[in-house]
Design a protein around this ligand. Sequence first.
Ligand code: ZN
Length: 132
Amino acid sequence: MREIEVKTSKEFEIVDITHSIEEIVKESGVKEGIAVIFTKHTTTSLIINENEPRLLRDIERLFKGLVPKEERYAHNSIDRNAHSHLRAILMNPSLTVPIEDGKLFLGTWQSILFIELDGPRIRKVLVKICEC
Ligand code: ZN
């Protein structure tokens, strides 16, 4: 199991972690298998999509629209970040990506995107590479 650190600088931020994951795959020496990428937090998510700046703005707008920050959430009486948790449950805490020829088998426009929903913070993402 490997761990990568993601430092975020905004409340909502999308960070492309494809390169870090690709490095871990390369170091593992695994030629055929799967990479499991897992975020250990309740206010972060992982998605696979296109890293295009305007699309990233649209994704942010989507989640801010679906779960507005200014609502009367019960959890806010203890933590003030209910919107972050609720946005997180609409996505996933983990991804599975096939490995072929020692590389992530991603489509041309696919990137592995970490989504910070309650930053800025220092986050941990776990990566498990399995040969199969
Ligand atoms: Zn909370």
